[in-house]
Every structure is written in C-alpha cells, then in structure tokens.
Design a protein around this ligand. Structure first.
Ligand code: NAD
Length: 356
C-alpha cells in the first residue's frame, strides 16, 4: 500500500519522519486527530523489525489516543511517536535532544510523554529542547510517573462494575486476579488489598510475583492460567491481546477491568465476549488515569485536582455500561461512539490548528 493510502485508512492528519544521522535518530510521529486540541501521546522506544512495523504501531497507537482523550472528556487530540532502536543501546542525550527539536517544530500540535522504552529521566532531557512534553520531574513542574494515576482509575472502574453487576460498589471480599504486576499492577494491588479484597497475582517475571507476594501477602497463579481462575474480576495489566478466541471461552469471572492497552486481540473478540455473561470495561476508558494526570500539567500540575479528575472514570464507566445495556450493544461499541460523539460535538468548534 502506498504511504498516503495507508495514512488515509484511519484518516490520520499528519505523519512526520524524524532523522538525525549523527545521533542515529529514526523516529515517526503520528498525529491522528487535533480536532479537540493538541495531540498528546507517549514516545515508544522499541527495536522494530522494520520501518513498516514501526509505522503500523504508531498509526494504531495514535488513533487509540484520540479515542482515549475524547472519552475522558479532555480537550486533547490523539498522537503518538515511535523511536526505532533498542533503548538499552541506542538511547543517548544527543538522540533524545534531536528528537525533542522535532517535537518543538510541531508547535504544540503534538505533546509527548513517556511510554514503553522511555522514562521520566528521558522526558527531562527532551524538556531541554521543547516545552511540549509531559511526565517530566516534579522540579520541572511535572507529575512524574503516571502509573499510580492509571491504577487509581482502574480501581474506580472496578467499583463501577461491581455496582453495575452486583448492586453495590463495595469491593471488600471480592476476588480479583491481577495479571501483570509491573508499575500499574502493583499500584492496583495496593488499592485492592487496602479495600480488603482477596487478590491473586500472576506475572511472567517471578521476581515481580515474589515482591508483590512479600509486600502484600497475596495469592499467586501461573500467568497462563490467570484468565481461567474462578474469581469476581479479572484484571489484565500486562501486554495487549489477553482476550482472544482461546482465553474468552475459559473466563470464570463476571467482569474484566484492567490497565493493559488493546486487551481484545482483534475486533471479532467483541462478539465472542458478547456471547458470555462477562462484563468488559473497555481498556481505553478505564486506563485513562495516566493520561488525565499528565494532561493536568498543561494547566499547572495540582495533584488533588488531577486525582479528582481521574476519579471521574467511575462515572464515565457507569454511563457507558448503562448506555450499552439500554441499547443492547457492546460496551466497546458504546465507548467508541461516546468518543466519536464528543469529537463531532466539540471538535467542530475548533477552527485553529495550532494551540497556545
Ligand atoms: P510494566 O512493564 O511496568 O508491567 C508489565 C508487567 O507485565 C511486567 O511485570 C511483565 O513482566 C508482566 N508481563 C508481561 N507479559 C506477561 C504475561 N503474559 N502474563 C503476566 N504478566 C506479564 O507496564 P505498566 O506500566 O505497568 O503497564 C501495564 C499495561 O498497562 C501495559 O499494557 C500498558 O500499555 C498499559 N498502560 C499503562 C499506563 C501507565 O500509566 N503505565 C497507562 C495506560 C495503559
């Protein structure tokens, strides 16, 4: 497929290829939509096997950010960037600063943040070339690592699903399986244990399991069996694709609420899930806490205000569950429609393409 044809499939606005020979920078920035505001999305640093694979990933991720920001009620569009290379060996101050200059040239149409393969320290370096970066250190006016805010949002969405499925938002005594105890998963386990839930964790990294078991006294399950363990809520907090044709028929929970992006392996799994009694809380709704938190930096970061906004995920999730039930459609379809509706209603009011 020709490049313009590919970019046109999902109607992306702009794709920028960034190259700096001396530092080895090869990056792609994709702006899917700036109709609601500047496109905010992280920079992924990853050893893609081809330029095509990098382009596919950045286009898919940028579109996802448009939906996430719109459904969260933010005045932000969707964008994302990928740097091609192994972050352990290819990353340098020169490369990050060269990349920061490209971000600066986009004149706030794109605002970056950390993602897989980039860290808060990297954002601090990029900040030396551009102010259009979030998730920088607190001494630079930033909010730091967004994972705690993401977990806080997922936790509140779990309360909503309990209310919608069991008539009470109380999570005490509920059994929750958290698959993936990295940055988000660990923070989530902390909330659940404080709420007196029965928590079981799984991770491919045995050290991570040991750490969480030691710190919180939780139960464990092998990662390949996590989805099939009888429980109340299954929470995928690792990589994408946890819900697929193999795992969905084996689910033994009544709700799925997790932080992982792209939990549904492909669109056909929406129908497969609809044939079960399991309520799926769409990932891009429940994991928006980190985005909501970094977006607060744009107005001057204030933690209490940011967390109050993250708590609204509770209401957003309730609106979408009730709406989907009333219309007899999937929660995924309803959530996508909520986002598209906001882009249509509010996006048409924006006539400028640069943002102050
Ligand atoms: P992380 O890398 O800190 O943690 C991921 C954990 O999953 C690791 O401990 C890893 O060992 C484990 N894992 C990998 N494969 C697994 C498997 N098959 N089964 C069980 N565990 C497995 O990442 P994170 O920041 O905690 O993010 C977790 C997920 O949430 C990712 O999908 C991420 O894209 C998504 N997310 C994160 C944020 C955020 O603020 N960090 C925001 C939105 C979405």
């Amino acid at each position: 497929m020709q490049l313009f044809e590919r970019i046109g499939v999902d109607d992306h606005e702009e794709v920028v290829y960034c190259h700096d020979r001396k530092s080895g920078l090869r990056a792609i920035i994709a702006l899917h939509s700036t109709r609601l505001g500047p496109a905010l999305g992280g920079t992924r640093f990853y050893p893609y096997e081809s330029e095509d694979a990098a382009l596919e990933d950045v286009l898919r991720l940028a579109k996802g950010m448009t939906y996430k920001a719109a459904a969260a009620g933010l005045d932000l569009g969707g964008g994302k960037a990928v740097v091609i290379g192994d972050p352990r060996t290819a990353k340098s101050e020169a490369l990050l600063r060269a990349y920061g200059r490209f971000v600066e040239t986009l004149a706030r149409r794109y605002i970056t943040a950390e993602d897989v393969g980039t860290t808060q320290a990297d954002m601090d370096i990029i900040r030396r070339e551009t102010t259009h970066v979030t998730g920088v250190s607190r001494w630079l006016g930033g909010s730091g690592d967004p994972s705690a805010a993401t977990a806080y949002g997922v936790f509140h969405a779990m309360k909503t699903t309990a209310l919608a499925c069991k008539g009470s938002n109380e999570l005490a005594e509920r059994h929750v399986v958290v698959a993936g105890v990295g940055k988000v998963g660990t923070n989530l386990v902390r909330h659940l244990v404080e709420e007196r839930c029965h928590v079981t964790v799984a991770d491919v990294d045995e050290d991570a399991v040991d750490r969480v078991q030691r710190d919180f006294g939780v139960d464990t399950v092998p990662p390949e069996k996590a989805h099939a363990l009888p429980c109340d809520i299954y929470s995928p907090c690792a990589l994408g694709g946890a819900l697929n044709a193999d795992t969905i028929p084996e689910l033994r929970c009544w709700a799925i609420v997790g932080s992982a992006n792209n939990q549904l392996a492909d669109a056909s799994n929406v129908d497969l899930l609809a044939r079960t009694d399991v309520l799926y809380a769409p990932d891009f709704i429940v994991n928006a806490g980190g985005l909501i938190n970094v977006a607060e930096e744009l107005a001057g970061y204030h933690r209490e205000r940011a967390y109050a906004r993250v708590r609204r995920i509770y209401d957003t999730t309730l609106t979408l569950i009730q709406g989907a039930r009333a219309e007899g459609i999937s929660t995924t379809a309803y959530a996508e429609r909520m986002a598209e509706q906001r882009i249509d209603d509010i996006g048409r009011l924006v006539h400028i393409t640069t943002f102050q």
